[in-house]
Design a binder for this molecule. Structure first.
Ligand SMILES: *[C@@H]1O[C@H](CO)[C@@H](O)[C@H](O)[C@H]1NC(C)=O
Ligand SMILES: *[C@@H]1O[C@H](CO)[C@@H](O)[C@H](O)[C@H]1NC(C)=O
Ligand SMILES: *[C@@H]1O[C@H](CO)[C@@H](O)[C@H](O)[C@H]1NC(C)=O
Ligand SMILES: *[C@@H]1O[C@H](CO)[C@@H](O)[C@H](O)[C@H]1NC(C)=O
Ligand SMILES: *[C@@H]1O[C@H](CO)[C@@H](O)[C@H](O)[C@H]1NC(C)=O
Length: 514
């Protein structure tokens, strides 16, 4: 009897929960969005209401597909975002330098400029239009998802399209004044004069001496239009026909990077996102999900998160092995025998960069060697010598076949198993040094179900809310666990470590003792 009652009770709770979720879904898609403001005027202010569990909409676009609002990120933090409501995907995020917790008494105000303020600390967390002299009269969210501050006299004084976070959407001009960053800022996409490229960013803690490592480059083919020197800056844009175009001026593009649906008449919202693993992908919204349409890097070993720093990747399996002997699972920085410790510049003592040791390895090469500078060298010894006492050099690979010497100006990564004529010399950070650094990383995430939760607090009964929270907490715990598995220390450490078994041996050098 008790069991039957319990079951009936459970069914009831589930029904209430389902009804509430459906109600909130409808509210978000229909009246909820309509009730959200379509324009913010000077003097506008809204306070963050913690009873929203994931997203508190503030401003809607005319179609109801997008909203600007307070977004809960990484479980605990507060951000401002423009969400694609059907997917709860943040197309744009403000990303304050010092984010406030979700519980902070924050408010969003518009008084010519847009500002996110922590009222308790009386601190501006983020503001827009700081760079612009003319103040705006209104804030609107266009049906393209572009958030604009407009002035009656000066037109658009600020737009979110000029400050992308990790995503560009169809119709958004991506210029060299902007960059896409993964949310942990380990990877970036930038536009050059006639190309765009993906980079491993130097860790913010590095005191110079580490360059951004380019791991993907697309150069404009210039088939339909030339890029001319002095002809103005280039820009890239995702086009409705399913491609990323590079332009120097409107008209035929200087480059067409086609997606799977190129010219197939698919008319849908498109986006391109620099994803947490460092890959660049394009998607279109097919009405129920983001359908994958383009992937920049398809070879496992060409992705910097496959193996990480100081390790070697075996193609095509993507198995990783540390450059220097052992790993404790936390990375490939390895304990250096006291006898071979040195600094980055080849002298002993505590200057630039701390403790390093040098490792020689035959049969490895940079997978991105086409993107690296190379010089001719007479011998491997000659090639190494150019790197050894150079504080901004982290490694040299000599090709005994061609006589090319490739110099790495970032900690050894993106290395693959190559032929035996490739002779590598690498400076590996000593484990003691690595251990001294804190772990960071993570990212946003935790928003996938935000749509379901919009307005939940407003409509839901206590029982259903409890049921939802259990589900939400489980989901977030799972997401946090996934994030932590992929966690990294400072941009130099590896992705999941997969032991390869051993291949060629490691030879220690004693060069620092000379
Ligand atoms: C993109 O750039 C072109 C050329 O400068 C310009 O005409 C267009 O308005 C820009 N689009 C947006 C959304 O800023
Ligand atoms: C490599 O690892 C093995 C086993 O852990 C150890 O005996 C050996 O001394 C290590 N070699 C170096 C150069 O660190
Ligand atoms: C030091 O190494 C960097 C990176 O490989 C290289 O660009 C630079 O030219 C080198 N400097 C000298 C003086 O050789
Ligand atoms: C490099 O090439 C030279 C000439 O072909 C050869 O004598 C030498 O053994 C090679 N060195 C290595 C380490 O393969
Ligand atoms: C995300 O949360 C984890 C733990 O909850 C934290 O360690 C990490 O720094 C956070 N990441 C960001 C970007 O805030």
């Amino acid at each position: 009897m008790e069991a039957v009652m319990a079951r009936i009770h459970l069914v009831l709770v589930l029904c209430v929960a389902a009804a509430a979720l459906m109600a909130s879904f409808c509210a978000a898609a229909g009246e909820g969005a309509a009730a959200t403001a379509q324009e913010l005027r000077r003097g506008f202010s809204v306070t963050h209401d913690q009873s929203y569990s994931q997203f508190q909409p503030v401003l809607a676009d005319p179609t109801g597909a997008f909203a600007l609002g307070f977004l809960r990120v990484n479980g605990t933090m507060l951000d401002l975002a423009v969400l694609h409501l059907p997917s709860a995907f943040p197309l744009w995020r403000a990303i304050p330098d010092r984010p406030a917790p979700w519980s902070a008494p924050a408010s969003l105000t518009f008084d010519g400029g847009l500002a996110l303020t922590d009222r308790a600390a009386n601190k501006v967390l983020w503001s827009a239009a700081a760079a612009s002299a003319s103040a705006g009269d209104r804030v609107v969210l266009l049906s393209t998802s572009n958030l604009q501050i407009q002035s009656t006299s000066a037109g658009v004084v600020w737009q979110s399209f000029d400050y992308p976070s990790d995503t560009i959407v169809q119709g958004q001009n991506f210029t060299s004044a902007a960059a896409l960053f993964t949310l942990d800022r380990r990877f970036a996409m930038r536009l050059g004069s006639n190309y765009f490229a993906l980079y491993i960013e130097p860790p913010p803690t590095s005191s110079g001496g580490v360059a951004a490592a380019m791991y993907f480059k697309r150069t404009a083919l210039e088939a339909k239009a030339q890029i001319v020197a002095g002809g103005g800056p280039t820009y890239a844009r995702v086009e409705p026909d399913g491609f990323l175009a590079m332009y120097q001026k409107e008209g035929p593009p200087a480059d067409v990077l086609s997606f799977d649906t190129f010219n197939r008449g698919v008319r849908a919202l498109r986006r391109m996102t620099l994803e947490p693993n460092g890959n660049l992908r394009a998607y279109y919204w097919d009405g129920t999900r983001w359908a994958l349409d383009y992937t920049a890097i398809t070879e496992t070993c060409e992705l910097p998160t496959t193996c990480g720093a100081y390790s070697v990747c075996a193609q095509p399996s993507g198995g990783c092995e540390c450059l220097a002997n052992a790993t404790d699972g936390s990375g490939c920085a390895a304990a250096a025998p006291a006898s071979v410790r040195g600094s980055l510049c080849g002298t002993t003592g505590g200057e630039v960069g701390g403790l390093y040791w040098a490792v020689r390895r035959q049969g490895v090469e940079p997978v991105n060697k086409e993107l690296l500078g190379s010089e001719h060298a007479a011998s491997a010894t000659d090639c190494e010598a150019r790197c050894e006492r150079n504080c901004s050099c982290w490694g040299a690979v000599y090709s005994n076949g061609t006589g090319y010497c490739y110099l790495l100006d970032y900690p050894a990564q993106l290395l693959v198993v190559g032929d035996e004529r490739k002779l590598g010399y690498f400076k590996v950070r000593s484990l003691e040094e690595a251990a001294g650094r804190g772990r960071s990383g993570g990212g946003a995430g935790g928003v996938k179900a935000a749509l379901l939760t919009i307005g939940v607090a407003a409509v839901v009964g206590a029982a259903a809310f409890g049921a939802y929270r259990v589900w939400d907490r489980r989901r977030r715990t799972a997401a946090d666990a996934r994030r932590q598995l992929g966690a990294v220390d400072d941009g130099l450490s590896p992705g999941p470590y997969k032991n390869l078994g051993s291949f060629s041996s490691v030879e220690l050098t004693n060069s620092f003792r000379r």
